[in-house]
Write a protein that binds this ligand. Structure first.
Ligand SMILES: [Ca+2]
Ligand SMILES: [Ca+2]
Length: 295
């Protein structure tokens, strides 16, 4: 019940963002009024985040981590590819549903992905349980992230290389269903999550070299017959500590908070770290936690 209330609040926030008085281009001014930065937690992973309201689950490129909400590590799996049928070296954004973590996994090298698979892990132990087969004929060529739509029983995958579509699977059978065109297409997508009747999409489309902020977009997904959906800017992340690479995102079902993973400090070329910016000798990964503000 509590979760439903918060999802309803979030839906209002999203609706207010999307349908407000201002045009999408002006919407940046409304950022602070929609989500207010509450706290920042440094974590080990650089790819994705999910929460069941009790813990934060974070993916690194080759590891899974579980934190309590104060940021204390409570579990990790540093060999998450053990048992997988296909060779893998990269985990993207993740989701958690019904005690299981869903992870988009592939072999990623120099900006190209192959061996795409949706692997499922036990959220308690972070150990691999099973995998959902990818449908190559869908046209998807990379998996940067995935999201569970629990209400409608669907699983979505997104593609960093060619983001024109998101790809929908049946959650219970694992069968591929359809691809939905994003109009327009957010460039360099990183993470996705479902909140109410919307899908949120983070895009690494701000140029860190020029101190440009990345963005979060959103699109409606309740109409399962839709071949395409209208995409709008939801938020420009100008309050990150330094412009860098936005990664995964999630909405906390217990609080309605928006949780966004972002990396700073490393220079990224073709999706892979190549040296550091001035003042940094390592890449820093942080969860930015925003509380919804309903006026
Ligand atoms: Ca990523
Ligand atoms: Ca960026």
């Amino acid at each position: 019940m509590k979760a439903m209330i918060y999802i309803s609040v979030l839906s209002l926030v999203i609706a207010a963002t999307a349908c407000g008085r201002k045009s999408p281009a002006d919407r940046n001014d409304d950022n602070a009024a929609t989500y207010r930065l509450a706290r920042v937690i440094e974590v080990d992973g650089r790819q994705g985040v999910a929460t069941d309201g009790e813990f934060y689950y974070v993916s690194g490129s080759t590891a899974l981590y579980k934190y309590d909400k104060q940021g204390r590590l409570v579990a990790e799996n540093t060999s998450p590819f053990d048992g997988l049928a296909l060779e893998a070296n990269h985990i993207g954004d993740i989701d958690v549903h019904d005690g299981e973590i869903y992870a988009g996994i592939e072999w990623f090298e120099d900006g190209v992905g192959r061996n795409i698979q949706a692997a499922v892990y036990d959220a308690s132990t972070l150990q691999w349980v099973r995998s959902i087969d990818w449908q190559p004929s869908s046209g998807q060529v990379e998996v940067c992230g995935l999201a569970v739509d629990a209400e409608r029983g669907k699983l979505y995958m997104a593609d960093w290389v060619d983001g024109r579509y998101i790809y929908r699977y049946d959650l219970s059978t694992g069968d591929y269903e359809d691809k939905i065109q994003l109009r327009p297409v957010p460039a360099l997508q990183q993470g996705i999550c479902v909140a109410g009747d919307s899908i949120l999409i983070s895009a690494d489309d701000g140029e860190a070299d020029r101190d440009e902020a990345d963005r979060i977009y959103w699109a409606p997904i309740a109409d399962l017959s839709a071949a395409s959906v209208d995409v709008a800017v939801m938020r420009t992340m100008s309050d990150f500590r330094r412009a860098g690479e936005i990664e995964g995102l999630t909405v906390d079902p217990s609080t309605g908070e928006l949780v966004v993973l972002s990396n700073r400090g490393a220079r990224i070329v073709l999706g892979m770290p190549r040296g550091f910016y001035d003042g940094y000798d390592r890449e820093i990964h942080e969860l930015y936690i925003y509380e919804p503000v309903v006026e």
